[in-house]
Design a protein around this ligand. Structure first.
Ligand SMILES: Cc1cc2nc3c(=O)[nH]c(=O)nc-3n(C[C@H](O)[C@H](O)[C@H](O)COP(=O)(O)O)c2cc1C
Length: 179
């Protein structure tokens, strides 16, 4: 491989190297001002501060879902279970494509799902391990992504005996391997 191919400015190479770093997976959900359900798969979600309670994630600035839910200033991180691979990919699909028979709207990612409601009114996906509700506290731009920092307003574990999803090198797996 040439030096240019291994450059930090080569996005494929950047992704490939960072792909070795395992992450948890959440679907960040919210509602648009028109009450449309919105959700996007996120691997960068993390706790930030205990006092005050803050959590956040990095989102690409081209994200259609984030711009819709940001208008309300609230979101909910749905922590996926290891078995929820379909939801992981469903909420990562290009919402503008509509090649899967859906109408191409962001709301169509929720088609056929029995969706609950979190404390702050955001959609709760079925059978997730935990939910973390946040009010948007701050948004800072770094390169082509925004860091969204949320004040945690409510959080709960919905299933204690179900392992969370781990994502590494493009594949989903089971956090139970270390439990
Ligand atoms: C496991 C996984 C983790 C992801 N993590 C992030 C992330 O942290 N930030 C981000 O901007 N996109 C992330 N993505 C990509 C988005 O889910 C994807 O680009 C999505 O189509 C964006 O949709 P939107 O335009 O409706 O926001 C991730 C995708 C997967 C499969």
């Amino acid at each position: 491989m040439s030096d240019a191919a291994e450059s930090p400015t080569n996005p494929q190479y950047f992704r490939k190297v960072f792909g070795h770093l395992p992450t948890g997976v959440v679907v960040v959900t919210g509602r648009s001002l028109d009450n449309e359900l919105v959700g996007v798969t996120i691997g960068s979600f993390a706790s930030i501060s205990l006092d005050p309670p803050l959590a956040g994630f990095f989102i690409g600035r081209a994200s259609r879902s984030w711009s819709l839910m940001a208008a309300r200033g609230k979101f909910c991180a749905n922590v996926l279970a290891a078995s929820q691979t379909e939801l992981c990919w469903r909420f990562a699909k290009d919402a503008t494509a509509g090649t899967d028979g859906s109408d191409g709207s962001v709301g169509s990612r929720f088609d056929g799902l029995e969706v609950g409601v979190s404390a702050n009114g955001s959609p709760v996906l079925p059978d997730v391990v935990a939910t973390i509700d946040c009010d948007v506290h701050a948004v800072h731009s770094f390169g082509d992504h925004d860091l969204v920092v949320g004040s945690v307003t409510a959080l709960r574990t919905l299933q204690t005996d179900v392992p969370a999803m781990v994502f590494v090198q493009g594949k989903t797996g089971d956090a139970r391997i270390i439990l």
